[in-house]
Design a protein around this ligand. Sequence first.
Ligand code: NZQ
Ligand code: ZN
Length: 387
Amino acid sequence: MENFVFQNGTKLIFGKDTEKLVGQESVVYGKKLLLHYGGGSIKLSGLYDTVLQSLTEQGIETFELGGVKPNPRVCLVREGIKLCKENNIGFILAVGGGSVIDSAKAIAAGVNYDGDVWDLFNGKGVVKDCLPIGTVLTIPAAGSETSNGTVITNEDGLYKRSTSHNTMRPKFSILNPILTFTLPAYQTACGITDMMAHILERYFTNEKNVELTDRLCEGALRTIINNAQVVIQDPTNSAARAEIMWSGTIAHNDILGTGRIGDWGSHDIEHEISGIYDIAHGAGLAIVFPAWMKYVYKHDINRFVQFANRVWDVEIDLNNLEKTALAGIRKTEKFLSSIGMPIRLKEAGIGDEHIEEMSKKGTEKGPLGNFAKLYETDVIKILNLAK
Ligand code: NZQ
Ligand code: ZN
């Protein structure tokens, strides 16, 4: 096991009606805040009104910036930074999914940075200190509610890039599974895929003697798999929605990554796809992950056999480990397809016209991944396997 430091300071407030506590949690950070949200789902569900009422009860002055798009854009981030600077706003409340939270984090980082905020994503600048943020999560997926990172798209060049800093981690996140009842089946499935991918990125490691975190990863994956069909068929099943919501947070708060070095190659490849084609991150991962698995399984066949056996109950064939490993990959792919995800580029309407460009852009700062290092030619081969 690797040495590690684990510190995740996000206060989590989980359960029914918890969104009503948003005012009292926010007021700790001042009497003026920016309320950041997406394309309108929170207005339709009534969450917007509940949040505003709770903020008003605490005497908080609220400035608003809605309109965050999935795959959030840097132009709106720039608007948010301007708004915060002009009005001396000291706290940002993100109400929505990973895109809204990531946009809020980027604004929080940009307010205290002198140059253009995109510098923080292309390596020209470094994040120093962020405004505090809080979140009310409406979709279990990206794990941004406790992570220290943000992913933003720049339409100039279609770059989707990330940056991270510990001060970017939300001070609190409110998680009420009932708020996820309104999620369409497709978004639910995208979220399920993303949280599974966050676990798989950590699971496929070269580190030995990581039994506890292996078992935790396997348990979390099995929980997600067991509850996935339930939430898709029965969207108002609160028990299953709660399991999925908590799994999404656990998948990315980094407890599952302790003592091990994760891979993250599939995520980097996916960001190239959603950067250019603007598809949902989870859908992109459903396409990339099985292809990545097929490309790298021979690197450590025993780990893939363990995955097949412990996550998918595939019986181990000691005379043919490759058969067992491939059965696990097939089951992963079949599961993703069964919840409505595309598992090939063409199912998402994507041809092979940008494969070389995506592979070049993705590896321009060096090879991707840690489990197996991926150079430009490897990424081309993976994307071809995903066609
Ligand atoms: O914009 P609104 O109207 O709110 O609609 C959203 C959006 O269209 C809708 N939605 C959210 N909650 C809803 C709802 N619709 C009905 N009822 C609800 N309760 O769902 C759509 C998708 O929302 P989005 O925020 O984009 O989803 P997600 O949470 O999957 O976030 C994806 C983004 O997070 C990034 C991804 O790359 C992508 O840009 N990631 C961020 C990470 C991080 N910061 O740690 C890690 C991840 O690996 C990921 O890369
Ligand atoms: Zn992800």
